[in-house]
Design a protein. Structure first.
Length: 438
């Protein structure tokens, strides 16, 4: 990159960007009305532990729900955990044996004060509406294998004795590995076959044969069962492929998230509209990052964009420095860590050099007033997950991306602070195959 380009870019960003009011100002949400006509709005984050990212997504989501008819919030979390939260936000009856949500590592990712405030807002708003008008809360990820198996069996024990007997038998194959599913993947690889695949696939097929009209409480119980059966099927495959290479397991995981989102949209009807919260690495179109250009990886943002085109809007969030909640390694304690200033020649550095403390940069074709073309060169972009290793940051947390093709918009907060975790014990989490917990 020429030094003259680096000198010019910050000025172009400052000219094209819309400065943002304080997140607590009602005017903050109105800045995103321009995306209200979309079917899916995906809201990213550059880390899993930054307060401004959670509070900004909450403010944007409140605006989209209240003024633009969005009735689905789907997040980078497992279905059983999110279903427990959904029972709270829509006042659905509790099921016997359900666990408290988000108690496994990394607990702070969802058990934090910023997210708690948004969930309480959802509950309060839903209390004023008929059930079919309420906004639901859903999980897209696939790690909680044991929780999903238990949820399917517990539901069918009450609703369909014959299917319940089949579920007990089919899932019995996975039961020895339910709490350490990576061991199942290792054994399946060594034995050379997927010993449990047929049963979990057939279980999902049996549940999908139930045609449901998904506007009442009874429907949502069957939707839970179907989603959990889908998670078990895909998790079984995920833990089998995780030893064959990161690209295959990553692609299976993000394909599962995309399929689950499609399932929710289809179940809630043609007028349904979804907001998705996930990391930038899942939200931004992978085809225009190192993931797709060099590692043969796709992601949920790419799949959603390919399906919905301009009816899907992908919004990335970034920062220059501050603090973040993260761990040194998987299952280790959370720490408040200092985020190093962004590297030269990164998207973050040119955003910082614009000297606009917080802004919305609309990157859609025809909206960016010349900046879109200026940003078409691949540049470094920082990705902090639940693990942050500042000492190896260049190699462990940066990747190249073409920002205007990765995202439809870029939301910037120059200096940010860590989320405030809620109190509670942390249980071990499922192993991540992607090295830094994205």
């Amino acid at each position: 990159m020429l030094d003259t380009e680096l000198d010019v870019l910050p000025g172009l960003i400052a000219k094209a960007a819309d400065p943002l009011p304080d997140i607590n100002d009602p005017a903050f949400g109105t800045m995103f009305d321009r995306f209200g006509d979309a079917r899916v709005v995906m809201l990213g984050e550059a880390s899993h532990g930054t307060s401004e990212f959670y509070r900004a997504r909450a403010a944007i989501s409140r605006r989209l729900i209240e003024h633009h008819g969005f009735n689905i919030v789907a997040v980078e979390a497992d279905w059983p955990d999110a279903a427990t939260v959904d029972r709270y936000v829509r006042s659905r009856p509790w099921r016997e044996g359900e666990f408290r949500a988000f108690e496994r590592f990394p607990t702070w990712m969802w058990r934090n004060r910023e997210f708690d405030a948004f969930i309480r807002w959802m509950r309060k708003r839903n209390e004023t509406l008929r059930y079919e008008q309420m906004c639901g809360f859903y999980g897209l990820d696939l790690y909680n294998l044991s929780g999903s198996m238990e949820a399917v069996i517990d539901f069918l024990d009450e609703e369909d004795a014959e299917l319940a007997r089949l579920a007990h038998r089919r899932y019995g194959c996975l039961e020895p590995w339910a709490h350490e599913p990576q061991l199942y993947g290792r054994n399946a690889m060594l034995e050379g076959y997927a010993r449990c695949e047929v049963g979990v696939v057939q279980m999902l097929k049996d549940l999908l044969q139930r045609q449901i009209d998904c506007f009442g409480p009874e429907c949502d119980e069957w939707l839970d069962a179907q989603a959990n059966a889908r998670l078990v099927k895909d998790a079984e495959a995920y833990y089998r492929v995780m030893y064959r290479g990161s690209a295959e397991s990553w692609n299976l995981r993000d394909s599962h998230m995309s399929d689950t989102l499609d399932m929710i949209l289809d179940a809630k009807g043609p007028d349904s509209k979804a907001i998705v919260w996930a990391h930038n690495s899942h939200i931004g179109n992978a085809a225009f990052t190192d993931m797709g250009m060099h590692r043969e990886e796709l992601n949920v943002g790419q799949l959603v964009k390919e399906k919905w085109g301009d009816r899907a809007r992908l919004i990335g969030l970034g920062t220059h420095t501050g603090t973040v909640a993260a761990a040194d390694d998987w299952d280790e304690p959370m720490q408040i860590k200092r985020v190093r200033p962004s590297l030269p020649e990164s998207h973050e550095r040119v955003s910082h050099d614009s000297e606009v403390p917080s802004f919305l940069l609309d990157l859609r074709d025809g909206e960016a007033d010349g900046i879109r073309e200026a940003l078409m060169e691949p540049r470094l972009e920082r990705f902090i997950g639940v693990i942050y290793r500042p000492e190896t940051e260049r190699w462990s947390h940066y990747s190249e991306a073409i920002l205007p093709r990765q995202f439809d918009a870029w939301v910037w907060f120059d200096e940010t602070s860590a989320v405030t975790p809620l109190p509670g014990e942390q249980r071990p989490g499922e192993d991540e195959t992607y090295p830094f917990g994205l």
